[in-house]
Every structure is written in structure tokens, then in C-alpha cells.
Design a protein around this ligand. Sequence first.
Ligand code: BTN
Length: 242
Amino acid sequence: PAFSVEVLTEIDSTNTELMRRARAGTLSPTLLVALSQTAGRGRRGKAWVSAPGDSLTFSLGLPMAPVDWSGLSLAVGVSLADSLHPEVRLKWPNDLWWHGRKLGGILVETANPGATQGTGRCAVVGVGLNLATPVLPEMPAAEMPAMPPAGLRECLPGLDAGALLLRVLPALVRDLQAFEALGFEAFAQRFAQRDALLGQPVHTSDGLTGEACGVGPDGCLRVLTPEGMRDVSSAEVSVRPC
Ligand code: BTN
């Protein structure tokens, strides 16, 4: 599909901007790239802070009407990982990992997801990828990530933001079309091959401990606990290895 490309030096958040347009009913297919974000957002209300020039931040906003939205952000992760490097792994639901360290994240938002076909249903697919290995600011030990973040230049030396965008975008557009037609089922096998948590002991933010057993057809994480198999929804909980 055709979409317009906008590159801004600064914005609050590329996702926030495209969601504003989607809610106002004015979102046409758009790729919005920002050189810096003043209020970048991650999942579950977290801030996304990235170094201008040393990262790629963009959102792709497009009208979309899949039969089922489940697993869209996982499908985006699969698409990016496959474009990047065979050793990039996906940490459910939507972090990209380089040998256990976070390379970037995905924030998928939807506008009017339940509306009837053809009435303003949109997806905003936000992607933040580190090029350089981030230097963490001073922070309390309790807030430090278990593993330091990673940068793509560790596996793709010399990569710049423009080349990175061109590397991931064609497959991402194709994969979004495939998702719209076929749903998460078409990505489940590729996700399984990249699943960083598979077989690992995990702890969820709502207090479950068990072994990660892959994802279900709806993109839920399956966790084998002493009480049996539980399905964990990405809307509700976060997961960390333990
Ligand atoms: C996460 O790690 O929880 C997801 C991070 C997603 C960050 C990207 S950067 C471009 C787009 N705009 C935002 O405000 N967030 C996403």
C-alpha cells in the first residue's frame, strides 16, 4: 500500500501523534520518523528514552481490519527480528533481545478496533531500536534492569538509522498485510523459533512462577505452574526470567 513519509526533528511521541490522528479520523497511511521524542512511551505506561542519532524511532499508522487483532505486536517482533539478525530473539510480548539484553521494543496501539469493517479501524505500530549500546543514567539499584541494554551495532557494525529503516520496512509492510489476511497463526512458527523465554523459568507481575511454554494461537504466553498450565495475557502482566 502507498503511505506518506514524515520525518520530524522532534515530537512528543510518534505513537501519540498517530493515535491523535486516528482518534480524530484523519489518519491516512503514514510512516512517521522522529529524530528525537520528548515523551516516548513503552508498554504499560513506561517511558521510552532513546539517544537521538544513536537510535531509530518510528511509527507506522495504517487503516487495518484483521478478523482478530491478537498477536499483532508479536507478529511485528517476528518481522523485525527476521530482518535484523539470526541471533536476535523475542522476549514476549514485544522486546527484541540480543543475547539476553534489550535491543528495542514495540508498542502497538489500535483505534476503533471493534468497529464494523471499514469504519476507521487503525493500527499504530511503534518501533524503537537502539543503534549504539545505551549508557544507562544514574538510577536506584532497584530500578536497574537485570541485564544492561544492547545496541544493534554490536551485531551490525556501522549501521545508521536510515539503513536500518530501509532494512526493516519492506518486510514489515508485507508482514502487516499478511497479518491482516491470516492473523497470528501465520507467524506462530516463526515466533517459536525466536522465543527467548521458551523453557525458561519466569515470574509474572501478577505473581505466577513457572516455566514458559511458548505462546498460544491468540499470542498469550503459556506458563506451566505447579497448579497447571496458565495463559498470560500481555495486556495484564509483564514477565521476567527468574
Ligand atoms: C517497550 O519497550 O515497551 C516499547 C517501546 C516502544 C518505543 C517506540 S519509539 C517509537 C514509538 N513512539 C513511542 O512513543 N513509542 C514507540
